[in-house]
Design a protein around this ligand. Structure first.
Ligand code: GUN
Length: 297
């Protein structure tokens, strides 16, 4: 069993991005600038956005964090997105999800200028991805593909089972795994809360992507010996032995499943750091594309 070490791989990719930014600036390019919107103070969202802002500083990007009270209206938030759309200095915009219940995430995401949609959540980005056209890929599935690529794992012809059909992980993951690319060319089954015989389907998987948001959902009896497991879950559970009283676990029972696997991602230190890499690569791409458009306009 080998650990797919997202912390290590992301450090490696971040070094490449950092050098790319230096080279870009040496050619007269400007620092990539990511603007993040955070509504309310959900502790998990605070932590995710904090990691993203910190990564910007590490890589020589500029970042702006806009915080809003949860009482902000949908129209006010869309107006803020529009300000960022029109701000020439901003290359990438991300709206941290989830948003408060009275705001439609779809409406806010749809308001983002697709040329700044570095999370890859806009319908234009998702549509282009589905058609195999160049675009911003959603950060988490993109990061997972980068991780598979780094370890030279050839998934062509494998049966991949994705658990969870969210717009930001499960559904786009199925597209990327099945595309005619490397890595890619897998046969994919998308499963969800209404899937019958989920355990039997997982037992047939050469690769499982667990993105259901339930701690320890994937157990050893669901895993075929030699399978690869990618754990997207980040769940906080009570743990009296920790000073904080809690700890982070994935969607997979790591202790039970790891001995059976050929490869497995840990939580934390697996997919999470790779998501940041996906976002940072998209932001650098947005900055470069903007300057190309400006130069040819
Ligand atoms: N919420 C959970 N994951 C993500 C992500 O990758 N991007 C944003 N914007 N929100 C999220």
């Amino acid at each position: 069993m080998q650990i797919l070490d997202g912390t290590l791989v992301s450090a490696h990719i971040k070094e490449q991005i950092k050098q790319d930014v230096i080279d870009w600036q040496a050619q007269g390019g400007k620092k990539p600038h990511l603007a993040a919107i955070l509504v309310g103070n959900n502790p998990a969202s605070e932590a995710y956005v904090g990691h993203k802002v910190k990564s910007c500083a590490e890589l020589g990007f500029e970042s702006t964090l806009l915080r809003f009270d949860p009482s902000i209206t949908e129209a006010e938030l869309i107006a803020e997105v529009n300000k960022l759309n029109n701000n020439e200095d901003v290359d990438g915009i991300l709206v941290q999800l989830p948003l408060p219940g009275h705001i439609s995430g779809d409406s806010v995401i749809n308001a983002i200028d697709p040329s700044k949609d570095v999370d890859g959540f806009h319908p234009i980005s998702q549509g282009k991805m589905m058609l195999g056209q160049p675009t911003f890929l959603p950060a988490t599935p993109y990061g997972i593909m980068l991780l598979l690529e780094h370890y030279n794992i050839d998934i062509a012809g494998m049966h991949c089972v994705v658990i969870g059909r969210s717009n930001i992980v499960g559904t786009p993951m199925t597209i990327l795994l099945s595309r005619n690319t490397k890595p890619g060319n897998a046969t994919v089954t998308l499963t969800h809360s209404r899937t019958k015989n989920l355990a039997e389907i997982c037992q047939q998987a050469d690769l499982i992507v667990a993105a259901i948001g339930k701690p320890f959902f994937v157990t050893a009896d669901m895993v075929k010996p030699g399978a690869i497991i990618i754990d997207v879950g980040i769940n906080r559970i009570p743990d009296a032995t920790k000073k904080s009283g809690s700890r982070l676990v994935g969607d997979v029972d790591f202790e039970g499943c790891a001995p059976l696997c050929s490869y497995i991602t840990p939580v934390p230190g697996g997919v999470g750091p790779m998501t940041i890499c996906g976002l940072m690569k998209n932001t650098l791409l947005a900055a470069k594309q903007k300057s190309t458009v400006a130069a040819t306009a």
